[in-house]
Design a protein around this ligand. Structure first.
Ligand code: NAD
Length: 252
């Protein structure tokens, strides 16, 4: 996809993968609108790349609407929306953790798409990038809310693409394994044991996204082996689960 001159909104752009994508896309000539609940972080990234910072919380309908409205007021259009902000949801999986994780990892995507679809369908053009996770195709041990909500984020992006691609509105799902960000540092012993050895940098993820954005592939897989695991899970679910149960015993 040609990024030069395009308007790109990124949530969770104050740190990690979102900040790296903002820098990469700005380098390719895109005009960036950056959202994050971390006002200082997103302000610093926006200042560095000459984008617009819109501090706010994507866990509410009004927070998402404010971000989309700010982009439309500033640039009159949105070409690409990267629903990237996310939360691990912790391992406790109490009511509050499930609710928070659902709002941020899923409903923020649903609400952004709902806000943008009329604009995109009128123009016959628009692209939605969901930062899901390898956990959205496979699972994440000891993290039920994360696994479930990331599956939902992939399902939502898939549904959008199937429903609207013929009308010019497309979607992709970005599904990395470990990426060296604050989130990985916060995943605790399980995340560290499973993800750190193969972890890549946010800049590596951003480089691949810039290459694949708007292309033929629905899944953007910074760790290509995830595609093999996903195929095994579909073809032989019991065999795949046996492997995951072995890993579960190991981390216990
Ligand atoms: N780091 C990994 O190993 C990894 C792997 C797969 C997928 N991901 C996904 O990548 C995305 C980005 O995470 P990251 O690794 O860059 O972590 P990160 O912690 O560096 O960045 C996440 C950003 O999202 C922001 N954010 C969180 N809740 C928000 C909210 N309610 N409203 C607005 N902003 C909010 C945070 O302030 C932060 O700046 C997430 O969706 C995450 O699930 C990360």
């Amino acid at each position: 996809m040609r990024l030069d001159g395009s308007v790109v909104v990124i949530t969770g752009a104050g740190n990690g993968i979102g900040a790296a994508m903002a820098r990469k896309f700005a380098g390719a000539g895109a005009r960036l609108v950056l959202g994050d609940i971390d006002a200082d972080g997103v302000g610093a990234v926006a200042e560095e790349i000459g984008g617009l910072a819109v501090p706010g919380d994507v866990a509410s309908e009004s927070g998402v609407a404010a971000l989309v409205d700010a982009a439309m007021s500033e640039h009159g259009a949105v070409d690409v929306y990267c629903a990237n902000a996310g939360t691990t949801g912790g391992t406790e999986a109490d009511e509050a953790a499930w609710a928070d994780t659902w709002e941020i990892n899923v409903m923020a995507h649903v609400r952004a798409a709902r806000a943008l679809l009329p604009h995109w369908l009128e123009r016959g053009q628009g692209h939605f990038l969901a930062t899901a996770s390898a956990a959205g195709l496979l699972t994440m041990l000891r993290a039920a809310p994360y696994s479930v909500t990331k599956h939902a984020a992939v399902a939502h992006a898939e549904w959008l693409n199937i429903t609207y691609a013929d009308k010019g509105v497309t979607a992709q799902a970005l599904c990395p394994q470990g990426v060296r960000t604050n989130m990985l540092a916060d995943t605790g012993d399980t995340g560290k044991a499973l993800l750190v050895p193969e972890a890549i940098t946010p800049e590596q993820v951003a480089d691949l996204v810039a290459e694949k954005l708007g292309g033929e592939e629905f899944l953007i897989l910074p760790h290509p082996e995830v595609g093999d695991y996903y195929a095994l899970r579909a073809a032989q679910p019991e065999k795949w689960q046996a492997g995951m149960r072995k890993l579960q015993r190991k981390v216990e």
